[in-house]
Write a protein of this length. Structure first.
Ligand SMILES: C[S@@+](CC[C@H](N)C(=O)[O-])C[C@H]1O[C@@H](n2cnc3c(N)ncnc32)[C@H](O)[C@@H]1O
Length: 248
């Protein structure tokens, strides 16, 4: 079975309701961590100018919903027909417009500079050649690129060694984490002049949800966010979560 076929099979097996609604039912700290990823990645750009965006590996539409809430018209591209139909249902339920395209991130069915922004969240690490998908993002985007992916980093290696993370993702493929300077260099090759990156610590796995729920209420949640920001100020740059943002 090819890695793509494994992706399609795995993403067909997920619980539709959970996927359509995520992250609404997640513990508050996990929702915070997810939104913090987007805030930090877009923050690298300063002011976002895009009015439409392609969400590569957009799955069941969580990223698209984020963008729609910011007033950016999303298009989702994904390999999985099941994910796309869940995204359609999410958009219907939660009242936003989305365009759905079935396709492969490694070979985008869009023209050069045909959409303002190309954005990916937790998608490229599923691909056999994630940097080729970066090439594609750099080709189709007119103004802005946003990448939020697992990082090749010291703390990631440590997490794998401690059994807190794995090098094989749930579909059975190798996790291809991105290296910050390689990603930056790859985007610059395409003539993007301003490429910024940041790494921080973001950890949530299904087994952590019980723990995170303990911080759902206000005082504990405030303590969690404070601790999180302190951790990131100190060791965040060694962290497992890479954000890259670029402007032409
Ligand atoms: C972990 S999910 C992330 C979905 C979404 N970005 C989110 O964060 O909610 C990864 C998605 O990537 C899609 N995917 C994997 N390989 C792909 C490829 N080569 N081209 C397009 N989509 C792909 C999967 O079908 C899945 O929907």
């Amino acid at each position: 079975m090819t890695s793509r076929a494994r992706q399609i099979e795995f993403f067909a097996s997920l619980d539709a309701e959970e996927e359509i609604e995520r992250p609404r039912h997640y513990p508050r700290p996990v929702r915070f961590l997810l939104e913090e990823k987007l805030r930090r990645a877009l923050g690298l750009l300063g002011r976002v100018t895009s009015t439409d965006a392609l969400c590569l590996c957009g799955g069941s539409g969580m990223d698209a919903e984020w963008l729609a809430r910011l007033g950016i018209q999303p298009t989702i591209l994904d390999l999985s027909p099941d994910a796309l139909s869940r995204a359609r249902e999410r958009a219907r339920r939660h009242g936003f417009k989305v365009r759905l395209v079935r396709g492969d991130a490694a070979c985008l069915p869009f023209g050069d500079r045909s959409i303002d922004m190309a954005l990916v969240h937790d998608g490229l690490h599923h691909l056999d050649a994630p940097y080729s998908a970066l090439d594609e993002m750099a080709r189709v985007a007119r103004h802005e690129l946003v990448v939020m992916e697992p990082a090749r980093a010291v703390l990631t290696r440590l997490a794998v060694a401690l059994g807190l993370a794995t090098d094989i993702e749930p579909a059975g493929n190798v996790v291809r984490r991105l290296d910050a300077s390689s990603a930056r260099a790859r985007i610059r090759v395409h003539g993007w002049r301003h490429v910024y990156w940041a790494r921080d610590l973001v950890y949530y796995q299904p087994w952590t949800f019980t723990l995170y729920r303990l911080a759902n209420r206000k005082p504990a949640f405030a303590a969690f966010t404070l601790l999180y920001r302190l951790l990131n100020l100190t060791i965040g740059r060694l962290g497992n979560s890479l954000k890259v943002a670029a402007r032409r």
